[in-house]
Design a binder for this molecule. Structure first.
Ligand code: SF4
Length: 473
């Protein structure tokens, strides 16, 4: 079953820990970040001078064997798990990217999406640059390498940050040091941890926990951090007009055990469920989550409503991404393989189903039918987020065309999915969960108000594949 969810972007991990098995620790870190990208995985290790790299398509555990890891010896490393937002799902686009530059080798792992990536790529190609991938991440590394003429990497990163727009958290690797940078709006999460005498950076704190590192702090929006034998050193903090942390990290992307920019994701999700119950409470018997992403919000809903929480849908966690779905019949069966109703819990009950979001509505439709077939008396579908009405240009793979809420009213969507009622958490209610920190959030996919101008509005996942003819200005 193809999940009807916005697709995650990527996960980034970096470690500076001479004397430790940095490749293995990066492997563990990436394992914890697997939910952020399942298409490819890679680790680049530096030994003080050179960088060694291994990356392939597949899950972390598929890409790295014991033998592969034992060959990656060094003092510092960066790692990446990828879901493609620009550039196809192809081995050449797997990260980290590693290049020979004028001042030595350079590796880069990137999470996010440049909203002017297409323009910058065209400019680079117009000057004769030769690019090997179709990702905006290569634009970043190319710019940094070009701007590093005086072998002052922090200054080159800073200058690059003045040119690129949109969302990016990056871990950069040279032969003997690591840099971490976060865009001035702080779209994607990025944190710093300490591991013995070493240091770790990661997209989420769950990766720090996985390697036994202690959380030190979030990397600041706009910050350029250098990590070497002297420890972490902040070179600059580029300012933006505001912050714009992606609210979807809390709704769906990040793991509930992660802390992102001052909030525990699980607690936020629970509070969203409580808020939902304050806004909408039909006469019902049980609250059933759509596993796994709806579970925490459903608990909050059950607490606030006093209704019984029932695990009425069971998820088979072993249905992989390679599941083949050639026909409608098999596609329907695919839902049953991934999700199965617990008939004894459901039959004769009025059910409130809690999910985090709807993109196309196709999976919600199947879930409602599945519950009715299992004997549910009434099915009310509730979402712990507002309707998604606009595409994201900051690292999430959604397009206006596929967003059901961009084209239908709530009533029409309710009819489409076949529920007795449909309720979305209001935007006001969502923001209330964050108190005064709500002003630091990006909610553009719900409101249409984009915090960063979208220069390349026509840029899609495959724009970078199209040839550039002539000189482009
Ligand atoms: S548009 Fe939506 S998904 Fe994209 S960064 Fe903003 S809140 Fe997140």
């Amino acid at each position: 079953m193809r999940l009807d969810k916005p697709r995650e972007e990527c996960g980034v991990f970096g470690i500076y820990a001479p004397g430790q098995d940095v490749a293995r620790l990066t492997y563990y870190g990436l394992y914890a970040l697997q939910h952020r990208g399942q298409e490819s995985a890679g680790i680049a290790v530096a030994d003080g001078r050179n960088i060694m790299l291994h990356k392939e398509m597949g899950l972390v555990a598929e890409v790295f064997s014991e033998e592969r890891l034992s060959r990656l010896k060094g003092r510092l490393a960066i790692g990446h798990v990828r879901y493609s937002t620009t550039g196809a799902s192809h081995p050449v686009n797997a990260q980290p990217l590693v290049f020979y530059c004028g001042n030595g080798m350079l590796g880069l792992a990137h999470n996010g999406n440049l909203s002017n990536g297409l323009t910058l790529r065209r400019e680079l190609l117009g000057t004769g640059a030769v690019l090997q991938s179709t990702t905006d991440s290569e634009v970043l590394v190319n710019l940094i390498a070009r701007l590093n003429g005086h072998n002052n990497l922090p200054a080159a990163i800073q200058e690059c940050m003045g040119k690129v727009e949109g969302a990016y958290t990056i871990a950069l690797l040279t032969g003997d040091r690591m840099y971490a940078a976060r865009d001035p709006f702080g779209f994607r999460p990025f944190c710093l941890g300490k591991l013995g005498a070493g240091w770790v950076v990661a997209s989420e704190t769950c990766a720090l926990d996985a390697v036994g590192a202690t959380f030190i702090r979030d990397i600041l929006p706009g910050e350029i951090l250098e990590i070497s034998q002297d420890g972490p050193k902040t070179h600059a903090v580029e300012k933006a007009s505001r912050r714009a942390h992606c609210v979807f990290e809390y709704i769906y992307f990040a793991r509930p055990d992660s802390n992102v920019d001052g909030f525990n994701v699980g607690r936020v999700r629970r509070e969203m469920g409580r808020q939902l119950a304050r806004e909408f409470q039909p006469r019902a018997d049980i609250v059933v989550p759509v596993p796994d992403s709806g579970i925490t919000a459903a608990r909050g809903f059950a607490e606030a409503s006093g209704l019984l929480f029932e695990e009425g849908l069971m998820k088979n966690r072993y249905v992989g991404r390679t599941f083949i779905q050639p026909t409608q019949q098999v596609r329907d069966l695919g839902v049953r393989l991934k999700l199965n109703p617990v008939k004894e819990a459901i039959a004769g009950k009025r059910i409130i189903v809690i999910d985090d979001s709807i993109v196309r509505g196709t999976t919600s439709c199947r879930i409602v039918k599945m519950l009715r077939d299992a004997g549910a008396a009434e099915v009310y579908f509730c979402l712990s987020s507002p309707p998604i009405i606009r595409s994201c240009y900051y690292g999430i793979d959604t397009t206006d065309d596929e967003l059901i809420a961009a084209h239908k009213t709530v009533k029409e969507i309710c009819r489409f999915i076949g529920a007795d009622g449909l309720h979305y958490l209001s935007l006001k209610g969502l923001l209330r969960v964050f108190g005064e920190k709500a002003q630091d959030l990006c909610v553009a996919c719900f409101s249409g108000e984009y915090p960063v101008n979208i220069k390349d509005r026509d840029q899609d996942k495959f724009s970078f594949h199209r040839p550039v003819l002539g000189v482009v200005g």
